[in-house]
Design a protein around this ligand. Structure first.
Ligand code: UN1
Length: 516
């Protein structure tokens, strides 16, 4: 391990300025920023060095209501604006994102702590979603189906749904908004965003970008921002019948609450909750690829992706070699300022995240886990740095079933694929998974109905770093939601099944006769 303390290559103040961030900002906007909102003040700190970046005035319940009223009003018109023209507006948002990719990527790094390469990757993910969404705006296809009745025609129409509520987490502070918002916009919905209180500035920067584009076209109330406390603004959104869909990324505990409250009013939810992702590595795996993939998936984003690899199941023939190689590479991971191009692992998001990791490690030790590498804090400015950690674990340690949002990798040794599948699937979460093998039978078994039970299953690729074109999400306690690519768009629309009678008769379906 080498620790680096260097002057950041990027001027944080200049980045903030270029993105429209002031020392004190309104966090409430419906196209117009609400001046000096009254829901209290939030201070955004950089986990990279603990410094204050800026302050944000949060929404009170009354200001939340004002924004929702504007979003509802805008929906009345936006839903009638032709979808391909909505797509053009999304395209311009994509262009603006391209133009400010460096700054927005740097702000993600400054505010959340992921390394710059990953901050830039996150903005690229938004650009990719924008491109996808532009195409989608001309492809909101419904099926047609043959009617069983003579002289009848059946087909389905997809209509805009309403206001899409989007609750995002700190770890992907802008990409996850784009998965929802840019698709929802093409679908004709207006969007109400409640970002994590840990990353308000990235949200404000994105709102400025959207405002710029929407203003040019005379639209207000299409993209809306309400930064506020979960207990006030978040709860109000969950209970709000004007918001027919709430898409929430967060912990399983939060997701259960969202499902209960929104479900009670029969609103829709899209839930993207905890992951506890495993890689199964067979004796015949390409070990070069495996070690590189584990490094990115377990150490990348300091283990704070919902797709991070947390469990590495090694077949016994390669277990010792792979474990040794991993310890060797873990020792060389440069930890330090996430803005520094040489850094591979930045800080955790906050000091309380460091405490959670340390408490987790105590429980791991109590349950018989053996720390093979890491497990310590790293003394760098801000106090949010830790070592990436490898633990020799047993699959039946209770803590292995939990998601600890930190760079802790459990290594376990198995005998055969059947045992590996059993262990792989026995955790309550079901987001992402992978197998490393050069044997087609092992690979196909992993992908079969008795294989991985996750929403994402990869072969010879780690568990993180999914492309936007597929549907993203997982099963079991991950919540069942799907976002971003494939046909995820359907959740942001309402389906109308249409039957048209072009005859002069009234035949009934199922052959029913009903005459006087
Ligand atoms: C998340 O961690 O919430 O697949 C999202 C990935 C990224 C998205 C992660 N494309 O790792």
């Amino acid at each position: 391990m080498s620790s680096t303390v260097q002057q950041p290559a990027i001027d944080a103040q200049a980045v903030l300025r270029r993105l429209g961030i002031e020392p004190v900002n309104s966090g409430v906007c419906w196209g117009e920023w609400i001046a000096n909102p009254s829901g209290g003040e939030l201070v955004s700190h950089s986990p990279g060095d603990g410094s204050e970046l800026a302050r944000v005035r949060m929404a009170s319940e009354a200001e939340y209501d004002e924004v929702v009223a504007q979003a509802a009003k805008a929906f009345e018109k936006w839903r009638l604006f032709p979808a391909p023209r909505r797509g053009q507006i999304v395209r311009e948002i994509g262009d603006e994102l391209r133009a400010c990719k460096d700054d927005l990527g740097a702000l993600v790094t400054l505010e959340m702590g992921k390394i710059l390469a990953e901050g830039l990757g996150e903005v690229q993910e938004m650009i990719d979603v924008a491109d996808f969404s532009v195409g989608l705006s001309r492809q909101l296809y419904g099926l047609t189906m043959p009617s069983e009745r003579p002289g009848h025609r059946m087909y389905e129409l997809w209509h805009p749904l309403g206001i899409a509520g989007v609750i995002t987490a700190f770890n992907f502070p802008v990409a996850v908004w784009s998965w929802n918002a840019l698709i929802a916009m093409a679908c004709g919905d207006t969007v109400l965003w409640k970002p994590s209180s840990m990353t308000p500035l990235t949200a404000i920067a994105v709102q400025h970008i959207c405002n710029r584009v929407l203003d040019r076209h005379g639209w207000k109330g299409v993209c809306n921002l309400v930064i506020g406390s979960g207990s006030k603004v978040g709860e109000r959104m969950l209970h709000d019948k004007r918001v027919p869909l709430v898409s929430c990324t967060g912990s399983t505990a939060v997701g259960i609450h969202v499902a209960e409250v929104v479900g009670e009013r029969l609103g829709r939810t899209i839930l993207e909750l905890g992951g506890n992702n495993g890689i199964v590595a067979m004796d015949d795996a390409n070990l070069e690829l495996l070690v590189r993939a584990v490094l990115f998936a377990a150490v990348g984003t300091a283990g704070q992706r919902c797709t991070s690899t947390r469990r590495l199941l090694l077949q016994k023939g390669i277990a010792a070699t792979v474990t040794d190689r991993l310890i060797h590479v873990y020792k060389q991971v440069p930890i330090g300022d996430p803005l520094d191009a040489g850094t591979l692992m930045g800080p955790l998001v906050s000091r309380s995240a460091v405490q959670d990791m340390m408490r987790g490690l105590e429980r791991i030790r109590e349950q018989g886990g053996e720390i093979l590498y890491g497990g310590e804090r790293v003394d760098l400015p801000g106090g949010c740095y830790v070592q990436p950690t490898i633990v020799r674990a047993r699959h039946d340690m209770p803590i292995v079933r939990e998601e600890i949002f930190a760079p802790i990798l459990y290594v376990m040794e198995f005998d055969n694929l059947d045992q590996a599948l059993e262990w792989h699937n026995e955790v309550p979460q079901g987001l992402s998974s992978a197998i490393f093998t050069t044997n087609v039978i092992s690979a196909e078994t992993f992908l079969s109905a008795r294989g991985s039970d996750c929403g994402i299953a990869n072969v010879n690729i780690g568990t993180s770093g999914a492309e936007i074109g597929g549907a993203f999400g997982g099963e079991k306690e991950t919540g069942g939601g799907r976002e971003s690519g494939s046909d995820s768009w359907k959740q942001y629309m309402r389906r109308q099944t249409v039957t048209v009678n072009m005859s002069n008769d009234l035949p009934l379906s199922q052959g029913i006769q009903f005459h006087i």
